[in-house]
Design a protein around this ligand. Sequence first.
Ligand SMILES: [Zn+2]
Length: 243
Amino acid sequence: MNGWRAMRPGGAPAMAARRAAGSGGAGCVAPRVAPPRPGDALLVVDVQRDFLPGGSLAVPGGNAIIKPVKACIDRFCARGLPVFASRDWHPPNHVSFKAQGGPWPPHCVAGTPGAEFAAALGLPGVAMIVPKGCKPGRDAYSAFDGTELHRQLRALGVNRLFVVGLATDYCVLASVLDARSLGYAVVLLRDAVAAVDVMPGDGELALARMAEAGAATVDSASLQPAPTPAVSAVPRRAPARAP
Ligand SMILES: [Zn+2]
């Protein structure tokens, strides 16, 4: 029943996260993050029916993120800021499926109900869809892997990415690490992600790994406008430092 158990790929992200956690550099102080502004985009990672309770690769507790993810979407839309939504979009003979020798049960097959976004998200029509894992012989955890996402973000002048979705210790982790490698400031909304936790603590370790890579991790309440604009003296540059 638990497809994620078979899915755990040798623990590479988790092992890296354990090293990060052991180095003591993560998650001690909640950083202050400027609310969404021009130059920002929201990335909703794989909030698809097969990854939610009842789906073929369900993330435990996945339903709990729907409300904060929706709040993030609404916030970005209200400000006219771009929203991207990645999705696994596999052919029926995808390499990751057991029938092809892969580790996973079939999931998110293109065009099937399991591949649909959670209806409760109310994903707006203006959201830009990022399909991944579309070719039979290749899989992709990261929303940047084999997709147009980086090009699209650059075309829109995006330099800071807010990230939500599923799952913390797999596709969210891979997407955030790629975003940091590509030079984006990243803000991870802690209550709008959920972990598989095949090994207890994998999610926390993934959070530590992302923090070590320079991602800020905050609650989705941080997206609300600041009560008083007392930050006008902050310089506009310093992209490597504080998202
Ligand atoms: Zn997949």
